[in-house]
Design a protein around this ligand. Structure first.
Ligand code: MRU
Length: 343
């Protein structure tokens, strides 16, 4: 797989996901404003990938801060962080990663500014490397829940493209596949931005993992026919009570899964677990522009011009519908999160 994001020759190189699957193109961001725009425009998306990219954006921006005093430098980094934080509100990984970068600066007080700048690049690379390692651990734990012959429904893209590599929900799929289990993924297309059709299908086909594309409204019928054995999705933010914010449509799948007695798993790293948010009601849901709904990925309008549109990008699945959360620390019940992730 091509890397989602990487630090290359003094720039943040992003695989432009808005062009997939038609073209594999890269965007070399040479200033942090371009990084922020790439996040906003979904050229890079998926909670962990947004976090790592933002961290690299901070490291990039910091290289250009031209001051001599630590206080002024730290202030400059805070301004970069504020700009990157204003891109997308729901995925907590963004804020988690920015916090890590701020802490790196705070810990470095007293060091030469050139060393701090280098330290920020190193920290962003650590976040990237850790994310891949964490996803592999999620995959190992999750693969135990997958049996030979299983058909797995997933939604949106929680794969290598949504992370620094390997994926969370698709990390579980990859690990099961690597163990030799003959599985098939059912990928919901995920209107309106089609992350399932464009991205999940693309990356699974790259790895030759069997995948069948379905439209979002087929899930219930396929469950009733016994064609889905389990559901695995990613998350953008998991509240302390186990409520899960993820791509719009996730909640419907969870309700359908419960109605059909099918397990519904959420695969997510510690950076997605937000114990400071008590419940899903407090999670800010991003609302995006009507154009995403009025047309299908740049097509001519599919609805009468001037129609009123709703476009929440995420929904919240109450913890009661979540069978378990697959984390790098093991498979945990939603109500066990605070005790397992307090430290
Ligand atoms: O709007 P997106 O494409 O950033 O939404 C992505 C999702 O909802 C993913 O399921 C989530 O971020 C988990 S990615 C491992």
């Amino acid at each position: 797989m091509v890397p989602t994001v990487e630090w290359r020759d003094g720039a943040v190189r992003i695989l432009d996901q808005s062009r997939l699957p038609g073209a594999v193109e890269f965007l070399d961001c040479r200033d942090y404003h371009t990084v922020a725009r790439a996040i906003k425009e979904l050229r890079v998306r998926g909670a962990p990938a947004i976090g790592v990219t933002a961290a690299m954006g901070v490291a990039l921006g910091a290289q250009f801060i031209q001051v001599t005093e630590y206080e002024d430098f730290a202030q400059g980094v805070l301004e970069i962080c504020a700009h990157l934080a204003a891109t997308r509100p729901t995925a907590v990984n963004l804020f988690w990663a920015l916090e890590r970068m701020k802490q790196t600066v705070a810990r470095s007080r007293g060091k030469p500014l050139e060393d701090i700048k280098r330290g920020l690049i190193e920290e962003s690379q650590r976040l990237l490397d850790d994310d891949i390692a964490v996803n592999k651990a999620i995959g190992r734990h999750g693969a135990e829940l997958v049996a030979d012959g299983h058909a797995i429904l997933t939604h949106c893209n929680a794969g290598a493209l949504a992370t620094a590599g390997y994926g969370t929900a698709l990390g579980v799929v990859r690990a099961a596949w690597e163990q030799g289990k003959k599985i098939r993924v059912l990928a919901g297309e995920t209107r309106p931005v089609l992350q399932g059709a464009r991205l999940t299908v693309w990356e699974l086909m790259q790895d030759r993992i069997p995948v069948t594309l379905i439209t979002d409204n087929m899930a219930g019928a396929l469950m009733k026919l016994g064609r889905i054995n389990l559901c695995v999705v990613g998350a953008d933010r998991i509240a302390a009570n186990g409520d899960v914010a993820n791509k719009i449509g996730t909640y419907s799948i969870a309700v359908l899964a419960m109605a059909h007695g099918i397990p519904f798993y959420v695969a997510a790293p510690h950076s997605t677990i937000d114990l400071s948010t008590a419940s899903g009601d407090q999670i800010q849901i991003e609302h995006r522009m009507p154009q995403e709904v009025i047309s299908v990925f740049g097509s001519p309008p599919i609805a009468p011009v001037g129609v009123e549109v709703l476009n929440p990008a995420f929904d919240v699945t109450p913890a009661d519908y979540v069978t378990a959360i697959i984390t790098e620390r093991g498979v945990v019940k939603p109500h066990e999160l605070p005790e397992r992730f307090r430290s």
